[in-house]
Design a protein around this ligand. Structure first.
Ligand SMILES: *Cc1c(COP(=O)(O)O)cnc(C)c1O
Length: 243
């Protein structure tokens, strides 16, 4: 007989079940297998105890967007089988830290950052999987503010960033990543992303993965080929502050 789970674990289990159903429905609608979509649960702003509960519930792919929090959480969970995805905008001076705990970095968007991550991974004697982040903002100049700017290489420089990752010693190019812009329907933005992904795959067949879709727009992302969805609030609840 299994013990009755404590309330927070029961809540997370229920949210995970609802999320699986959403993903299954979206895959069915898109004619895809639900096994082709990996869920990364984004634990940012939530405590280590929630990360432990998620692992107990069978979730092994976790995402974080700030180095300081991610590093502390990864250290506190070093006894657990977790694959850590770093999904936030990344400054070069954080590369050494991130390379020590992250398995994947989703926000690789410029060549100097590629070089910093490659040296950092070398120093840490680790390999890092890299998603090249694409900006889907149609008017980059209009989105320089702290709210609007979500990182990412402009579509025309994505191939160069991919080439730089492919030429690295310690980095593995695995795919592309994007966040839907705030001022455009996610379907439209993710349709453009799918086209960019198709053209990247022609030159870099190893870039087969597509990290797109969050709590609010994962259906549109799955319809457009996402292989990895990054879901926070639909599993853990509303965050008290937005980052
Ligand atoms: C926070 C975050 C997510 C998850 O967002 P939710 O809306 O909570 O699902 C996904 N991707 C990135 C880059 C994030 O920063």
């Amino acid at each position: 007989m299994t013990a009755i789970p404590e309330p927070r674990t029961a809540e997370l289990a229920q949210h995970l079940e609802a999320l699986d159903e959403r993903i299954e429905r979206a895959c069915l609608a898109a004619g895809r297998q639900s096994g082709d979509v990996t869920t990364i649960v984004v634990t940012k702003t939530w405590p280590v105890s929630d990360a432990r509960r998620l692992v107990d519930l069978g979730v092994h792919e976790l995402g974080e967007n700030r180095d300081q929090d991610a590093r502390a959480k990864a250290e506190a969970c070093s006894d657990l089988p977790i694959t850590w995805h770093f999904i936030g905008q990344l400054q070069r001076n954080k590369a050494n830290s991130v390379a020590r705990y992250a398995d994947y970095v989703h926000s690789v968007d410029r060549i100097p950052l590629v070089k910093a991550l490659d040296s950092a991974a070398e120093r840490a004697q680790r390999r890092l999987g890299c998603f090249v982040q694409v900006s889907l903002d149609r008017d980059p100049a209009g989105h320089e503010g702290p709210v609007g700017h979500r990182g990412g290489a402009q579509p025309e420089s994505v191939a160069d960033v991919c080439q730089s990752v492919a030429d690295s010693d310690q980095l593995d190019l695995v795919g592309l990543m994007a966040v839907a812009p705030l001022d455009e329907a996610a379907e439209d933005a993710f349709t453009r992303l799918a086209d960019i992904h198709q053209s990247v795959i022609r030159d870099f067949p190893e870039a087969a993965w597509l990290s797109a879709g969050m709590s609010s727009d994962l259906e549109s992302a799955i319809a457009n080929g996402a292989t990895h969805v990054r879901v926070g609030s639909a599993v853990l609840g509303e965050r008290e502050y937005v980052r």
